[in-house]
Design a protein around this ligand. Structure first.
Ligand code: NAD
Length: 327
């Protein structure tokens, strides 16, 4: 059957703007059993304009309870739950194969794990495991969906990075390295993707209050610090942990405040989206001084020299954040 020219234009229009024939975009999100992944999946599913079909995936489908509850009426309407382990290529392929035409318009690579502590107390096996999720998980996902996006000449790859993907932080050596890997990967890929009309966005939150924080501190409490010298163990326990908990409780955002939804619905999404403006000066320090002395000195002083300055700064930041929230 021949298409009329107007229906052709309509279909063509839909294809080039990343919509399927139903006028909706299919968004695949990883790590949706909690936190930022759950929040964005639900926000997209409840879009007033019904622009999205959400494939909310999780490694363990048994943990679907919180998502089902939050999804409410949108469950099995605009949101479906599927199993996907980012550490397993077969699981990713199976999930994508189960979608009509294998079509994914927006990929949200969100699944990730944290790790803090002195390097001497962490095994290489644990570091590899973290990279397997945080970096290779992303690489596996992109390898699976990129060829189809290229054929469609449309798509958006949204990646949960972190401010620690721009600036390393004390006792976050391995986690930060994994997010630097994510940043380098996406920055490189973005140029090629652009040639195929595929957009790339790195979402860079500061602290967000989720399961992530709870798990990281829980692991830290149980951590065997005997591999580290006494001074290092003391800095970790008595300086880093209390500071870092304070930072989470004063500056931590909610998963909703990360506003991944805003990035996905943007007309012209940015390559980088820093979610917490209080962290912009921290990342700006790095770009202000190519020798790296400026951020190094600032972090050193903040950690080891000026307890009072740190606490005062935190107080001011907290006030600024409260004011911003009131606006
Ligand atoms: P979270 O622990 O609530 O969510 C992470 C999700 O990833 C969990 O549901 C977990 O089950 C899932 N996951 C872990 N391994 C997986 C695997 N192999 N396959 C599929 N899913 C897997 O934490 P969150 O804060 O919502 O974290 C989401 C992302 O945001 C992560 O990439 C994290 O690095 C990033 N991030 C978090 C913070 C923060 O402070 N919470 C800050 C910056 C960036």
């Amino acid at each position: 059957q021949r298409r009329t020219s107007s229906s052709y234009i309509l279909l063509h229009h839909h294809t080039s703007s990343g919509l399927n024939s139903m006028g909706t975009r299919r968004v695949l999100v990883t790590g949706c059993s909690s936190g930022i992944g759950l929040a964005v999946a639900v926000r997209l599913a409840k879009d007033e304009l019904r622009r999205f079909k959400v494939v909310a995936t999780m490694r363990d489908a048994g943990k679907r309870g919180a998502l089902e509850k939050a999804a409410g009426d949108s469950l099995n309407e605009t949101l479906e739950i599927k199993q996907l382990d980012v550490c397993c290529e077969d699981s990713i392929r199976e999930c994508v194969n189960s979608l009509p035409d294998r079509r994914v318009d927006v990929l949200v690579s969100n699944a990730g794990v944290g790790m803090i502590g002195p390097l001497e107390s962490q095994s290489i096996a644990a570091m590899k495991e973290l990279f397997d999720t945080n970096f290779f998980g992303l690489a596996r996902l992109v390898k699976e969906v990129l060829p189809d996006m290229k054929r469609q000449q449309s798509g958006h790859i949204v990646v949960m990075s972190s401010v620690m993907g721009i600036q390393g932080l004390l006792f976050n050596d391995v986690y930060s390295a994994s997010k630097f890997a994510v940043e380098g990967f996406c920055e490189s890929l973005a140029v090629q993707a652009m040639k195929f009309n595929i957009k790339t966005t790195l979402v860079e939150p500061g602290p967000v209050v989720t399961e992530f924080e709870r798990k990281v501190y829980e692991d830290a409490e149980k951590m065997d610090l005997s591999g580290a010298d006494e001074e290092t163990a003391k800095i970790f326990r008595e300086v880093y942990l209390p500071y870092s908990k304070k930072i989470f409780s004063s500056l931590g955002q909610t998963p909703e405040e990360v506003q991944t939804f805003k990035v996905i619905t943007a007309e012209d999404p940015p390559l980088r989206h820093q979610t917490n403006r209080l962290y912009v000066p921290m990342t700006a320090l790095k770009h202000a001084d190519p020798t790296g002395r400026l951020p190094l000195d600032a972090f050193y002083k903040m950690t080891f020299k000026h307890n009072s300055v740190f606490n005062a700064t935190l107080g001011v930041l907290r006030m600024l954040q409260r004011r911003a929230g009131e606006k």
